[in-house]
Design a protein around this ligand. Structure first.
Ligand SMILES: C=C(O[C@@H]1C=C(C(=O)O)C=C[C@H]1O)C(=O)O
Length: 99
C-alpha cells in the first residue's frame, strides 16, 4: 500500500459520505412533508404496515447488493425511529394549536 493509494481511496470515501448525507437530508425533507400531512389529517406518526413493507424491500435490496440484511435493517431502523419522533412532535404541535 502506498500513501497516494490510501489517500485516493479516502477521497472516494469522503465523496460517498457526502452523497449519503445529502440523500439522508433529502429523505428527511420528504418525510417532513409526510409528517405535516399526517399531522393535519390526525393520522398516527407510525405506520406499521408501511414499515413491514419497507422491511421486506430493505431485505431484498441488501441481498441484491451483497450486504448483510441485518445491517441494512439496523441503519433504516435508526433513521425511521428519528422520522417517527419528528412526526410525533409535528402531531403534538398540531394538536396544541387546536386547543
Ligand atoms: C414516512 C412515514 O412515516 C413513518 C416513517 C417511515 C419512514 O421513515 O420510512 C415509514 C412509515 C412510518 O412509520 C410514512 O408514513 O410514510
Amino acid at each position: 500500500m502506498t500513501q497516494p493509494e490510501l489517500l485516493a481511496l479516502r477521497d472516494q470515501i469522503d465523496e460517498i459520505d457526502e452523497r449519503l448525507v445529502g440523500l439522508l437530508a433529502g429523505r428527511f425533507d420528504v418525510t417532513e412533508a409526510i409528517g405535516r400531512l399526517k399531522a393535519e389529517a390526525g393520522a398516527k406518526p407510525v405506520d406499521p404496515s408501511r414499515e413491514r413493507e419497507q422491511g421486506r424491500r430493505y431485505e431484498a435490496l441488501a441481498q441484491s447488493h451483497g450486504l448483510d440484511p441485518a445491517l441494512v435493517q439496523q441503519v433504516f431502523r435508526t433513521i425511521i425511529d428519528e422520522v417517527v419522533r419528528r412526526h410525533a412532535a409535528l402531531a403534538a404541535r398540531a394538536a396544541s394549536a387546536q386547543d
